[in-house]
Design a protein around this ligand. Structure first.
Ligand code: TXA
Ligand code: MG
Length: 300
């Protein structure tokens, strides 16, 4: 039995399996296995009011999960599935409350990673999966990250380093289209496909879903964002990891991107760095998904 067959078998037997996706690794359970769904929350130490994303391999599976599916869903699916986009729809009756945290909605995504696709297709059942990290830790983008959080508690399918490196863009179509979480698929790409304007939930507004109130994406080291190189030079000592995509006079700095940011956060923690200073240049500032994760980490 190869690892893909083993993963499928484990899912069928009600076990949890970590699968690679193009965004981050996901800690999965078949949506029909209540025990495995429950176990996701205990393994991650995840609050039970934080709902899960359901992963599918073909559009036919959506009708098992959602009701009153609007035409906008199919526009988005045609443009962005499989890929790093999660769409929130009204949920179908009968779907486990563990997945939706008691909400009347469900989050759906079709991953693009070839291994995730093979597993989902072979299993023939949708898989609920949050990022495969302990709650509050940076999401895992390699098998080693997953192992450092969960050890041998769960089967991990290795799919190499995740290409995108930050979690999917989350958009709700339950009312007028609204971005709940920015990611590599941008607001303007979504607006172009939908032909209308798309709003964004601001961090300051009341959480639209319980999951949004929790601390996320934070390393142990204190994260500070600088937009002025001189401030950064004044504020970073030797126990500080400096990240910058431009040269910083008199300091060694590591380049960063969405694909590497979580890895760098974890590296800072394993090297017992006290702080991470990040220089945000005018170019990097345009990457709204990355900036969102940096801001969340800096509020950690
Ligand atoms: O890229 C990704 O989306 C990764 C990979 C594994 O697919 N998954 C991921 O899952 O990031 P997680 O659980 O770490 O983040 C899911 C986010 C949470 O903020 C959760 O609150 C939100 O999606 N969410 C899930 N269901 C929702 C719903 N019905 N309404 C609003 N937000 C929802
Ligand atoms: Mg997560």
């Amino acid at each position: 039995m190869n690892i893909i067959e083993k993963a499928i078998e484990d899912f069928k037997q009600g076990k949890n399996v970590v699968i690679p996706t193009e965004t981050v690794y996901g800690l999965g359970a078949s949506i029909y296995q209540e025990k495995a769904l429950k176990n996701i929350f205990s393994l991650k130490n995840r609050p039970s009011d934080n709902p899960l994303i359901v992963h599918i391999h073909c559009l036919e599976e959506v009708i098992k999960l959602a009701r009153e599916i609007p035409k906008e869903f199919y526009l988005l699916a045609e443009a962005f599935f499989p890929g790093p986009l999660t769409v929130i729809l009204k949920k179908k009756k009968g779907l486990s409350h563990l997945i939706t945290a008691g909400l009347d909605t469900v989050a759906i995504r079709m991953p693009k990673h070839p291994i995730a696709k093979k597993i989902l297709k072979g299993l023939g059942e949708p898989v609920a999966a949050p990022s495969a990290n302990l709650s509050g830790k940076p999401s895992p983008t390699t098998k080693e990250h997953v192992k450092s959080d969960f050890g041998d508690a769960v089967l991990v399918v290795d799919g190499g380093a995740c290409e995108i490196g930050i979690e999917s863009t989350v958009i709700s179509l339950v009312d007028t289209p609204k971005i709940f979480r920015p990611g590599s698929i941008t607001k303007s790409e979504l607006e172009r496909v939908l032909g209308c304007s798309v709003s964004e939930t601001k961090e300051t507004t009341k959480p639209v879903c319980p999951g949004m109130k929790y601390r996320h994406y934070a390393p142990n080291a204190t994260v500070t964002i600088f937009q002025d190189k001189q401030d950064l030079q004044k504020n970073s000592d030797s126990n500080c990891m400096v990240l910058s995509n431009e040269e910083i006079l008199g300091r060694d700095a590591l380049p960063y991107s969405s694909a590497t940011i979580y890895s760098l956060f974890r590296e800072a923690d394993s090297n017992k760095m006290k702080s991470i200073s990040i220089y945000l240049d005018s170019n990097t500032k345009n990457d709204s998904g990355l900036v969102n994760r940096l801001e969340k980490a800096s509020k950690g």
